[in-house]
Design a protein around this ligand. Structure first.
Ligand code: F6R
Length: 589
């Protein structure tokens, strides 16, 4: 979702801003723009569509300071007028987030004589800043007032006509970092945009950052403050494609090594995995794939630890009546740590209970605001469709249970540990399967069904989401037992039905459901655990998952579905890493 870049330094700003915008493309966008000072005057260029369209209209100029933006439309259509930067009076600004009270603010600003060209909340924010700040001396105190006026979430990078030497940045609820490097200083929505120049960065938090050519200053309550420099410890390769044709394929291929590293790290530092057995009830709150990982987690926690566990969609949880009690635990699962609904759910939960974040991005809002946090250590995940983060989220639930098994069932914990040691090599084998034939069969269809029961249903939900989000093939998931309550009427000759069979306790029931679809002409692809016996007339194609213990098989089962989705989208020629209308980090509700 919207990306921000800013540069102030020795080099020409234009190519640096464009390159920064390209490195933020993965966040999803539909227009882009830049603004810079040249001869102390602001110039703005913006264009609908890809950054390449923006490049076509740029001119060469002498400039060392500027800001840039990729916009993912929320208020108003994706066109040139609504694209950022927006200039009102002396203020040029780019924005990520949503200003919820922009209507009221607009009314007041209209009365003061401001006029608006776009439909955006951002132009209103630019007018507000212009109204508040008339001279260079008032910038810091004026920007500090925004916190009490704006409702919603925002990250801003701002240029003032009367201060051509500095960029100003502030945020609330939307991500923004600043970084110093040998060629100059940066503002960015995310780390990949600065990695070419530096691994060191600062979080802005509640402060106002002033980015000069050779220094970054932070102000809180109108006083200059000191901030700790942070270092991005992952390999720089984790933000580049490293020879793979797509980030998604690269990220799937990283899974064996990441799982290995994760296990080595946490098995040697088990104290970093909090104990959950003391809680009476656990809630897990998340969105999208993280929600699917949570469903898997809840199933396993209930099965192995006997703790009632409820999974909630963050976008629902935050608005409905809750029954949280002070001895419950709320787990928030989020790759980015910046998903707006999950953040809101966290803040709500904190009023009553303990919170635990399962997060990838270090220093993100959910990581910082949760009382406890487990980092999944997936490195940068760039492809919009999550793969490695999902796998590590599921592994984290497995690990939470493993820690308790050490106390309550040492025998089983030994078995799990033994299987953890096999995990990465088994993932590698699943990655190396030849999926071509199956991919060709599925690619031809407009509709696909995924079925499964219990944990296999949750895995199927993730497989189906992966397929539809990048291949645009319509795909539905059904708890297999629900098929005959209506949906089976949709099965026609050759309709693909992909069934997940890994749960020993229930797979025979699912087999009966597969047979019902086969009897109506379905093409049946079965993804099953090796040890489960099924007759050859149940499937047309078969993918087998190695038979490890439940707490490790759950990590393996999704891998073939991630790869199927990838290869089907590749076969159909789609833009795999940047599916239409989707954003990597959903920072608006
Ligand atoms: C799907 C996908 C999304 C995210 C969801 C939550 O492939 O990536 O469904 O899982 O937007 O994002 P995070 O985990 O960043 O909170």
């Amino acid at each position: 979702m919207c990306g921000i870049i800013g540069y102030n330094g020795k080099e020409n700003a234009i190519p640096i801003l464009i390159e920064g915008l390209k490195s933020l493309e993965y966040r999803g966008y539909d227009s882009s723009g830049i603004a810079y000072f040249t001869n102390n005057k602001i110039k703005i260029f913006k264009e609908q569509g890809r950054i390449e369209e923006l490049e076509k209209i740029l001119v060469s100029d002498d400039t060392n300071i500027g800001i840039g933006h990729t916009r993912w439309a929320t208020h108003g259509r994706p066109n040139n007028i609504n694209a950022h930067p927006h200039k009102v009076g002396n203020v040029t600004l780019v924005h990520n987030g949503i200003i919820e009270n922009y209507h009221e603010l607009k009314e007041e600003l209209l009365k003061k004589g401001y006029t608006f060209k776009s439909e955006t909340d951002t132009e209103v924010a630019a007018a507000l800043v212009d109204d508040l700040i008339k001279t260079k001396e008032n910038i810091i105190s004026g920007l500090a007032k925004l916190k009490n006026i704006l409702k919603g979430s925002y990250a801003f990078a701002i240029l003032f006509d009367f201060d051509p030497d500095n960029i100003y940045a502030l945020r609330y609820g939307s991500p923004l970092i600043v970084a110093e490097s040998s060629i100059g200083n940066f503002i960015a929505s995310d780390i990949p945009a600065i990695l070419k120049y530096t691994k060191n960065y600062y979080l802005i938090d509640d402060s106002i950052a002033v980015i000069t050519k050779d220094k970054i200053k932070f102000y809180l309550n109108n006083q200059e403050i000191h901030k700790e420099k942070l270092t991005f410890n992952h390999d720089i390769m984790s933000a580049t494609k490293g020879g793979y044709s797509h980030f998604m394929l690269k990220e799937i291929n990283e899974e064996p090594e990441l799982v290995d590293k994760y296990l080595k790290y946490y098995l040697n530092n088990l104290e970093l995995i909090p104990s959950i057995s003391k809680y009476k009830k656990i809630y897990i709150v998340a969105c999208g794939s993280a929600y699917h990982a949570s469903l898997i987690g809840s199933y396993l926690i209930e099965k192995y630890l006997n703790i009632e566990t409820k999974v909630e969609l963050a976008s629902e949880f935050r608005y409905k009546k809750n029954f949280l009690k002070k001895d419950d635990l709320v787990i928030l699962v989020s790759q980015s740590g910046e998903t707006a609904d999950t953040i809101a759910s966290l803040r709500l939960a904190k009023e009553t209970t303990k919170t635990l974040g399962i997060v990838n991005v270090v220093g993100s809002t959910i990581a910082r605001e949760s009382q406890e946090v487990i980092y999944i250590n997936a490195g940068c995940e760039i492809a919009v469709a999550t793969t490695k983060a999902f796998t590590l989220q599921v592994l984290t639930f497995s690990m939470l249970i493993y820690k308790e098994l050490l106390k309550i069932d040492p025998e089983l914990s030994k078995e799990v540990l033994n299987d953890y040691n096999k995990l990465s090599q088994e993932i590698r084998k699943l990655i190396n399967i030849d999926y071509k034939d199956i991919v060709n069969k599925i690619s031809k269809h407009k509709d696909v069904f995924f079925i499964g029961r219990l944990i296999d249903y949750y895995l199927a939900l993730e497989g189906s989401l992966k397929l539809k989000e990048i291949s645009y093939i319509h795909s539905e998931t059904y708890a297999a037992g629900e098929l005959k309550h209506g949906t089976i009427s949709l099965i026609e000759e050759n309709t693909p039905v992909i069934s997940v069979l890994t749960d020993k306790s229930i797979y025979e029931k699912t087999i009966s459901n597969i047979k019902e679809t086969k009897a109506r002409g379905a093409y049946s692809l079965v993804i099953k655990r090796e040890c489960l016996n099924i007759a050859s007339d149940v499937y047309d194609d078969l993918i087998e998952i190695p038979d490890l213990s439940d707490l490790t098989t759950c990590v393996l089962s999704v891998i073939p579905m991630q790869l199927l989705a990838y290869y089907v989208a590749l076969n159909l020629g789609y833009d795999i890493d940047k599916p239409r209308n989707l954003a990597k980090s959903v920072t608006v509700e």
